[in-house]
Design a protein around this ligand. Structure first.
Ligand code: FE
Ligand code: CA
Length: 506
């Protein structure tokens, strides 16, 4: 307590001189949220940490800037430092640190850490992407989505770390804004966030989880978001409850996302927008086309009266078929089409949020219904993406997704709802890390859709993808229980895709 008072006094007496960095002595350990790396290139990657001695109370930092030293080493003991430098942690960014490490060698592992005020962060392991033909024979990657904190422990992240992946992709619902579901094992410490300060505290609570920290410290991540990073079922500028100030809330949530992710500062755009879609090459083995399905999409068709957000709609909702509906927005669609055309990679992963294959089911009246928040709400946009795959012919397209809280595998047909048309891509959907499944919805979908080969809503876990030039082995990894700590992982299902033969071989 004494040190805290001294600390506060010192920050009050100090002149409030803009961004000038000042030496600091922390009242308590500042690296409570761990470290992370992301988006590896041939010569570097993004490195992240945030100074937060009191993480659940706004961070607990003084208002001035603090210099943070970063080091990237060739060995875990830091005896051979490859690159180092100073980054400035400023209050405007919640004292988050984003470093673009460069000048490294391609295709190898590195270790990194941060140092400030005489304290050192945990050590993270990361890697650079390989050059084509040099160390790109194989890749092991993990896929995660949907981690409602209250519904379970993040054991899946510990098991991912034990699998030692080269890369982790996370496709949304990293935080949940709301409390829902049953059989909670822990609680959100604040109610639904709406302001920047509240979103920061929500991220801080999730990021204090030791299993999640371990996974970030094990491999570089690529990330995209879905709705719960902001608000359930939002679309572009429209929220479910038609909040007239939604864009302010969205900007706050986007900024907090940036402040807690290993992203490059160049993702920040004017006016609270953020460009998180982009691509990443793993030698000539794989290209990852990472999409943003939320920020640019059209509003969902046929919403409930006086509401935004999703609905289950029958075929009579004609607005759903409007060719102007977009999931990605025009600029991102054009970018993706060009990226698919330009890729020379042996595998092309489309890394996005939700189920891509058509998934209608029957309601209680036996009418066919479609869920408007997923690609089924934007069938013309789905057809444009499929046309792009057919015309640009990228090798071995695989669509990765999450969101539905179920492990799924599907074949994507040239005419998506016609199983007699050729298979043009494979879809692999990871189940949730913790978020509870929707059993009757998923079994209803499986019954109606023969192109969906596998659908299991009662497994929590992650995806494990291992590939070389000949084949991709895609495992759905389950966690025994997310209601107890440290449960074991097991393989719930595994499929192999041979190069040149889209669709999952069972
Ligand atoms: Fe989710
Ligand atoms: Ca959702």
């Amino acid at each position: 307590m004494i040190s805290r008072r001294k600390f506060l006094l010192a920050s009050l007496l100090a002149p409030l001189g803009g961004c000038a960095a000042r030496p600091i002595r922390f009242e308590s350990y500042p690296f409570t949220l761990g470290v992370a790396s992301g988006y590896p290139t041939l010569e570097g990657m993004a490195l992240w940490t945030r100074l937060a001695p009191r993480p659940l109370e706004g961070g607990g930092m003084p208002p001035h800037a603090v210099d943070v030293r970063w080091e990237v080493a060739e060995d875990e003991a830091f005896s051979r430092i490859a690159r180092s430098g100073n980054a400035r942690a400023v209050a405007e960014n919640a004292h988050a640190v984003h470093v673009e490490a460069g000048g490294l060698a391609p295709g190898r592992a590195y270790w990194y850490r941060f140092i400030a005020g005489g304290e050192a962060s945990p050590v993270g392991r990361t890697r650079t992407a390989p050059r084509p033909g040099e160390g790109d024979e194989r890749l092991r990657m993990a896929l995660g989505s949907c981690q409602q904190y209250e519904q379970g422990f993040f054991t899946a992240h510990r098991r991912i770390a034990e699998d030692s992946p080269d890369l982790v992709a996370f496709v949304g619902d990293y935080i949940y804004e709301s409390t829902w579901g049953n059989q909670h094992v822990r609680s959100h410490h604040i109610s639904e966030p709406r302001t920047l300060a509240q979103y920061r505290d929500r991220y801080a609570q999730y990021k204090m989880d030791p299993d999640l920290q371990l996974c970030h410290a094990t491999a570089p991540w690529i990330v995209t978001w879905d709705d719960h990073e902001v608000d359930n079922d939002y679309a572009n500028d429209r929220s479910e409850d038609l909040d007239p100030r939604f864009l302010e809330r969205r900007a706050a949530a986007y900024k907090a996302f940036y402040e807690h992710m290993p992203l490059r500062p160049s993702v920040l755009l004017a006016g609270g927008a953020m460009r998180i879609y982009g691509s990443l090459d793993w030698g000539s083995l794989a290209t990852f086309h990472v999409l943003d399905n939320r920020q640019y999409r059209s509003h969902q068709a046929c919403p409930r009266p006086l509401r935004g957000g999703s609905a289950m709609v029958p075929d009579s909702c004609r607005d759903r078929m409007d060719p102007r509906l977009t999931m990605l927005g025009e600029a991102q669609e054009r970018w993706l089409d060009a990226g698919l055309g330009g890729s020379r990679a042996a595998w092309n992963f489309i890394v996005q949020q939700t189920l891509f294959a058509p998934a209608p089911r029957r309601n209680a009246r036996q009418e066919r219904v479609h869920w408007t928040d997923g690609w089924d709400g934007y069938p013309a946009a789905r057809e444009r993406l499929i046309r792009s795959l057919v015309e640009r012919r990228p090798a071995n397209p695989v669509i990765l997704g999450g969101d539905v809280h179920a492990a799924m595998a599907a074949s994507i047909h040239a005419i998506p709802q016609d199983p007699a048309s050729p298979v043009v891509a494979t879809e692999y959907v990871t189940t949730s890390i913790t978020s509870q499944g929707f059993a009757s919805m998923i079994s209803g979908i499986a019954k109606e859709n023969p192109h969906i080969h596998y659908a299991e809503s009662q497994v929590r876990g992650y995806g494990l993808l291992e590939l070389d030039r000949r084949k991709l082995e895609a495992s759905h990894r389950g966690i025994g229980s997310v209601k107890v700590r440290d449960a074991k992982a097991y393989t719930a299902n595994k499929g192999t895709i041979e190069s040149g033969h889209p669709g999952i071989a069972r």
